[in-house]
Write a protein that binds this ligand. Structure first.
Ligand code: URA
Length: 232
């Protein structure tokens, strides 16, 4: 049975109403300590996607062809996060659909034994920076609430950061990928974070694929996944 207070907005206004009443009785301090904040219910991925499509929070809204909110399974245990959409993604509205995306598909399918539809693929930015330049700090800031809400809705078992920018963004550091990869980190919200090379870098530097494979195995051990083809 749904209850009115399961609506976070209603719960918050009920709490404020109670606090106001109690404060008039002179028990403001006590009230604020004893009435807990209602835990926020995640918005649906569809709701967040609709807000992304309408977003005008930074100047990328003027140059984008379309937004790229991310795609995949709402029950994904694994979320991959890249930096920002490129030209092909901007045209199709889907993440990682260019050459780097084809390599990511191989990592997911041949490497992990999953399907692209089993995982969720996101970017920090939901719009393409012109000429594929690095995202500005202001653009990341404007997009952060969307990413936070998406992760709140997905609650994955692991976030795999593709490349230095995504990894530093999550880990709150300014390190090289070489310094970040090879082990699990913890995000401030408690989600395990793994950093590995961006597929575009792997296309330019195939020798780094060995390191990427080691990283993916760390993720698979964490998830209890067997290598495809390995004995059960
Ligand atoms: N590179 C990214 O970081 N994201 C994409 O979606 C495509 C390429």
């Amino acid at each position: 049975m749904s209850h009115a207070l399961s609506d976070p907005a209603l719960a918050a206004s009920a709490r404020e109403f109670l606090l106001e009443e109690l404060s008039q009785l002179g028990v403001d301090y006590l009230a604020r300590r004893q009435i807990p904040q209602a835990p926020s219910m995640p918005d649906s991925l569809e709701q967040i996607q609709a807000e992304i499509a309408a977003c005008q929070n930074c100047e990328l809204a003027c140059s984008r062809t379309q937004t790229v909110p991310g795609s995949g399974s709402a029950s994904a245990r694994v979320v991959f996060v890249g930096e920002a959409p490129g030209a092909e993604e901007d045209l199709q509205g889907q993440p990682f659909v260019g050459p780097a995306g084809q390599l990511l598909d191989k990592i997911i399918e041949s490497g992990m034994g999953l399907r692209r539809a089993d995982v969720f693929i996101l970017n920090i930015l939901k719009c393409r920076p012109p000429g594929n330049r690095d995202p500005l700090a202001t653009e990341k800031q404007a997009c952060t609430p969307f990413l936070q809400r998406q992760l709140h809705a997905l609650r994955p078992d692991i976030v795999i950061c593709l490349g230095r920018h995504a990894a530093n963004y999550f880990i709150g550091s300014d390190l090289t990928l070489g310094q970040l990869r090879g082990r699990l980190h913890q995000s401030t919200s408690g989600i395990p974070i793994l950093a590995t090379y961006h597929p575009a870098y792997l296309l330019r530097t195939p020798s780094a694929k060995v390191d990427c494979w080691q990283d993916i195995q760390i993720a698979m051990n964490h998830l209890g996944l067997k290598r495809p083809g390995a004995a059960q």
